[in-house]
Design a protein around this ligand. Sequence first.
Ligand code: NAG
Ligand code: NAG
Length: 269
Amino acid sequence: MFSVSLSLFLYGSLRQPTMKLSDLIILVSRLVFFSVLWSILMADMALSIRFPDRISQTPNDSPNRTLKTATFALGSFWRSEAVFGCLDGVVQTTVGYAGGSKPNPEYRSLGDHAESVQIEYDPRLINFRQLLEVFWSSHDSRQVFGQGPDVGNQYRSIIFTNGSEESRLAAVSKEREQTNSKSSIVTTQIQQLGTFYTAEPEHQKFELKQNPFILQLIGNLPEEELDRSSLAAKLNSYSAELCPSKIQKQIDAKINDIIRKGWPILKEL
Ligand SMILES: *[C@@H]1O[C@H](CO)[C@@H](O)[C@H](O)[C@H]1NC(C)=O
Ligand SMILES: *[C@@H]1O[C@H](CO)[C@@H](O)[C@H](O)[C@H]1NC(C)=O
C-alpha cells in the first residue's frame, strides 16, 4: 500500500511536461520525506521481531490433527515436564497430580497423588512406545520412595495408561527393564489413568519461568497461552538443558541471532 501511494505521488509530480526549479525542490523533498518514513517503518518491523514460533517442523496448526494424551510420573514434575517438552511431536505439556484418591490435591497437600506430567502429542510424529523409552531413560525406576534428591511418595514412578493396548506396551517395557536390572526391583507402577488434577500455575513451565530473559523474548505470554504453547514447552526443556544437544545448540544460535539484531528492546518503564 505504501509503495502504491509513493508511486502515485511521484507520478503526480513527473507527469507535468515542464518542470520548474520549485517543482524539482518539492519532488526532492517528497523523496526525502518518503525515504525517512520508509526507514522508520522498516526499523519498526525489525524491532517487533518475535521469537519464531517454530523451532521444529511440528505441524502445529493442521486443522485435522488428532492428538493423543499420555501421562507419567517420574519424580519432580518440574523436571518431568522438561523431559518431554522438547520431543518432536509433543505439542503441549501440563504438570499435575494423579494416581491417588484425594480430591482436589494441592502442591502442599497432595495426599496420595504423585507429581505427574501430561503430554499431548501428535501420534503421526511420536508414539506411546517412544514416549515409554523416554520415560525409562529419564529417571531411575529402581529408586524406592523418591527420585534423585527428592524424597517422598509423591515422587514415585508411574505409567498411566488408557486402554488395554497401552497397558500391554507398558507391561512389556517394564518387563524388559526388570530383565536388564538384575539385582534391584523396578518400582514403577502401571495404572489406568483416573482423574488428572492440573497443578497450580506457578508449577507450569517452571524451568522456563526461572529464565525471565527467554520469557521476555517470546513476548511475556499470559499464563493460559504459556500453558498451551508448544514453543514454551520446548523452551522449558531448553531452560532445563534437557533438549538433545543438537537442539540446545540450535536454540542457542537462534537466540544469539536475535540478540545481535537488537532485540529485546525496552518498550517502556
Ligand atoms: C481435513 O479433512 C477434510 C475431510 O476429512 C479434508 O477434506 C481436508 O482436505 C483435510 N485437510 C487437511 C489439511 O488435511
Ligand atoms: C482414552 O482413549 C479414548 C479412546 O482412544 C479417548 O477417546 C480418550 O480421550 C482417552 N482418554 C485420555 C484421558 O486420554
